[in-house]
Design a protein around this ligand. Structure first.
Ligand code: FAD
Length: 380
């Protein structure tokens, strides 16, 4: 297993690092005040970071999955709200590149990757169908050459600003997961509307909304993949998405570690640095160990995806390890840095709020453990 980044991976990482420093960091406070980071998205779109794995022909960077997690970690280290919108846009672009027709690629990929669309969104979750996504109730019924969609989606990242939404709907309710089909729905389509804006604890610059479909008519050309292939598309998206969440969480966790070290060093004075406080030393060391171990799992999962290997279990391991390590790091940072961190405008306070959801979205920690345990059982 060899997941050392190559020159191309390192170029993309550097591109992300400098964009994060120049664009995301200066606006992180403003974004955290609840302002959708449109300028950041524009800046990242202009240099290909909304389509990291997408072919250069469509304006992407043609990068690997390893480059993707490296870049996402850099972005999340400065602004997780921006990064979640970027990650979902990359995910939707990736699914169109993998499963879309040539017409769908021409219609959507450049717009997604350049930022012209602002974002892409991914609509799987519903009231009562989050962890058990296969039980979703949104219906798509065939009517001549068209499909008619009815239902409600919940907690959809960037659903109000996206230029295209990848929607999973039941076309054959009797078939469970195999009866789900995916569609590309554009804003302005009659009957498609944005509902409630969620008020969240963290990721305040990222918008999260419900979406309603009331007799929404889309042509068969908006169907992506085969009839009945929607759940497979969603799970393929989530295998990559979970690597991305692992990378996001890692970015925030390392920020918490760096910021705590900086605060404690400044407090102790140059001479002592962290040298005398063994409690702080041990806890910082624990943060570093957990973050590094998890980050290796994230890179392994991304590398396996680059090899074309099945990596559902490894993606679940990466996500659960990185989200829990990063939550541990942010929680410990809050305790060690104390009042400096509890200040509402501090970096540690922001990552402490933003990182929490990494244990919840794109499959909770419990669901990742179920995925891992099922693969262990299947391997017996
Ligand atoms: C900020 C944010 C952004 C999101 N963005 C998107 C998006 O862009 N697109 C999208 O489709 N969805 C999105 N989601 C939805 C997210 O993926 C779901 O919230 C998540 O999958 C959990 O589903 P649920 O909310 O239905 O919780 P539930 O499934 O009701 O889970 C509640 C609790 O029960 C536990 N649980 C459930 N089933 C089991 C089980 N079988 N065994 C053990 N424990 C179990 C869970 O682990 C959890 O602790 C987002 C959510 C948030 C918070």
């Amino acid at each position: 297993m060899q997941f050392e980044p190559n020159d191309a991976d390192l170029r993309i990482t550097e591109l992300a690092r400098s964009a994060a420093r120049d664009h995301l960091a200066p606006r992180a406070m403003q974004t955290d005040a609840g302002v959708f980071p449109a300028e950041n998205i524009g800046a990242l779109g202009s240099i290909g970071l909304l389509g990291i794995k997408i072919d250069r022909h469509y304006g992407g960077l043609g990068g690997s999955n390893l480059a993707y997690v490296l870049a996402i970690r850099e972005l999340a280290a400065q602004c997780a709200s921006t990064t979640v919108a970027v990650a979902v846009t990359n995910m939707v672009a990736d699914m169109i590149a993998r499963f879309g027709t040539d017409d769908q690629k021409v219609r959507h990929l450049r717009n997604l990757v350049s930022g012209a669309y602002q974002a892409g969104s991914f609509a799987l979750s519903e009231p009562g169908a989050g962890s058990d996504a296969a039980s979703l109730q949104t219906r798509a019924e065939r009517r001549g050459d068209d499909w008619v969609l009815n239902g409600t989606k919940l907690w959809i990242t960037s659903g109000d600003v996206a230029g295209v939404t990848l929607v999973m709907a039941k076309t054959d309710p009797g078939k469970g997961g195999r009866g789900i089909t995916a569609f590309l729905v554009e804003p302005g389509t009659a009957g498609f509307s944005v509902g409630r804006h969620e008020e969240k604890l963290g990721l305040l610059g990222s918008s999260t909304v419900s979406l309603a479909f009331e007799d929404v008519v889309v042509p068969d050309a908006a169907r992506i993949g085969a009839v009945g292939q929607g759940f497979e598309i969603a799970m393929t998206a989530l295998d990559g998405g979970r690597c991305g969440i692992g990378a996001q969480a890692s970015g925030m966790g390392y920020t918490a570690l760096r910021e705590t070290s900086r605060i404690l060093s400044a407090r102790a004075g140059q001479d002592k640095a962290l040298g005398t406080d063994q409690n702080a030393q041990f806890r910082l060391a624990d943060m570093a160990v957990r973050l590094d171990a998890a980050w290796l799992l994230v890179q392994r999962a991304a590398w396996l995806r680059d090899q074309g290997s099945k990596m559902t279990k490894e993606a679940a391991m990466a996500k659960v390890a990185a989200s829990e390590a990063a939550n541990f790091a942010c929680q410990t940072a809050m305790q060690l840095a104390g009042p400096d961190a509890f200040d509402a405008g501090s970096t540690i306070a922001r990552v402490w709020r933003d990182v929490r959801v990494s244990r919840i979205y794109e499959g909770t920690s419990e669901i990742q453990r179920l995925v891992i345990a099922r693969s262990l059982a299947a391997a017996l």
